[in-house]
Structure formats: C-alpha cells, structure tokens
Design a protein around this ligand. Sequence first.
Ligand SMILES: *[C@@H]1O[C@H](CO)[C@@H](O)[C@H](O)[C@H]1NC(C)=O
Ligand SMILES: *[C@@H]1O[C@H](CO)[C@@H](O)[C@H](O)[C@H]1NC(C)=O
Ligand SMILES: *[C@@H]1O[C@H](CO)[C@@H](O)[C@H](O)[C@H]1NC(C)=O
Length: 247
Amino acid sequence: MSSSKLTATTVLLLTLTLLLQTSFGANNFLSCVCSNPQNFTSNTPFDSSLKTLITVLTSKTSLTGFGQASFGQYHDQQAYGLSLCRGDVSSSDCKTCVSEATTELLKRCSYKKGAIIWYDNCLFKYSDKDFLGRIDHANKFYMLNVNNVTNPDAFNYKTKELLSRLAEEAHGNPKMYAAGELKLEEGKNMTVYGLTQCTRDLSSDDCKKCLYDSIGELPNCCNGKQGGRVLGGSCNVQYEIYPFFKE
Ligand SMILES: *[C@@H]1O[C@H](CO)[C@@H](O)[C@H](O)[C@H]1NC(C)=O
Ligand SMILES: *[C@@H]1O[C@H](CO)[C@@H](O)[C@H](O)[C@H]1NC(C)=O
Ligand SMILES: *[C@@H]1O[C@H](CO)[C@@H](O)[C@H](O)[C@H]1NC(C)=O
C-alpha cells in the first residue's frame, strides 16, 4: 500500500518538475512555418543579407529582448527580420534562444525566402518582403491544455478580464509586454495567470489591436480549458492556472 502511494507521489512530482522545467527552464521549440515557399540560391546577395541579419539580430536581441533589421541594397537582395524574446527571459537565455531558433529555422525552412519560428522563450522571423510595422494576420496557431475547468463560463469570463487588462498594460509599455494574475473566486485559492506581448515594430494601437484579436480567438481553441495560447507573428497571448512566467 505504501509503495503504491509512493509511486503515485513520485509520478506527481515528476509531472510537476516537468511542468516547472517547461515553464521556466527549457527552451522549447513550439512551431515553425516556411511562409514563403520560393527558394533562394546559396552564395547569392540574398543569402549573404540573411546571414548578416541573423548575426546582427542574435546580438541585438539579447540587449533589449527585441531586434529588427534589414540588409541588402537592391530589391531582390533584401532580407527583413525581427526577433523577440519573452519579456521575462534573461539576456543570456534570450541570446541562447535566438541562436538556437535561427539554426533550427535554417534547417527546417532551408533556402526559403521567408520563414518564422516560435520557441517558449523567443520568436524569429525573416522575409524577402518588408513586413516590419504591420500586423501579421497570416501566421497564427493555438496551443491548449486539454484539461477542462469545472466552471467554464465564470473561468472564461475571468480569463478574458485578466488578458484584456494585460493587453491595456502591454500596448502602453515600451517593452510591449505584460504578465499578471487574477484570483478566480474570493476565499478560494485558485488563480489564473496571463501574459501578453507584441513585437515592438508595431505601433501602440496595432499592438492593442493584435492582442484583442488574439484574445477574441481564444474561444475557438480553448473554451473552458485550463490553459491556452494564441501565438502569432506579431503578438502572443497565454493563460494558465499555474504561474508560468518570472515576476
Ligand atoms: C525549392 O527547391 C526544392 C528542392 O531543392 C524543390 O523541391 C521545390 O520544388 C522548390 N520550390 C520552388 C517553389 O521552386
Ligand atoms: C473536456 O470536455 C469535453 C466536452 O465536454 C470532453 O469531450 C473532453 O473529453 C473533456 N476533456 C477532459 C480531458 O476531460
Ligand atoms: C495556494 O496554493 C499554492 C499552491 O497551489 C500554495 O503554494 C499556497 O500556499 C496556497 N495559498 C493559500 C493561501 O492557501
């Protein structure tokens, strides 16, 4: 009896450890899209613009958590890019993430003229077209925790309230990032945690629009679920019932 109890406890602890590693430590790959299927040729001016872009953005992003740049002199030689680390990620973890993300992206979308990759800790995107300063409506996906909450209507309502508050905070803030929590019911120990963030090439108004659009999509994926995310090329929103960001 006691041994089966021990096993159950160990499993629970392992699950918790994995959850904590997932949320705080490890630099998890989430998804990628080769957004422009056209190929470029190696050792061309575009290839060299892209290499410069990656080098410059990797070092730039580690300083402030965001970088945007373009290289190349003529129309068909230009590479545009941006990279963003999650607002609570340290400078060294940020650098590690962008460097892993770009290496992985060059493998997964090799010689493609446009691509985007998401990790827990960062996002990297490049294209031969100038996309900077505009909301990316094309690249978006959902993630969810399959477990249901017990009171979906009240929970969805509170989650939307929290994320809307965070969207207001993020779009007015120079880092375009906000994370926080909301207690679900008075007297009960249950809290929802949320995070909102935009790429800083957007204007404050577009950041707000991007975040509210994403919050509006949560019912499509994550109605009554214990966790959900809408990840895009210009903004992210996420909620969970456990703390998943650093204060
Ligand atoms: C790109 O190159 C790959 C293999 O080299 C080829 O299969 C594919 O059809 C090419 N794509 C385009 C859009 O030309
Ligand atoms: C959550 O609820 C849905 C619909 O009520 C159900 O189909 C699904 O199996 C539930 N998921 C879990 C993990 O209990
Ligand atoms: C609430 O729950 C968390 C873990 O689920 C625990 O660490 C904390 O002490 C609890 N707080 C209260 C006031 O019960």
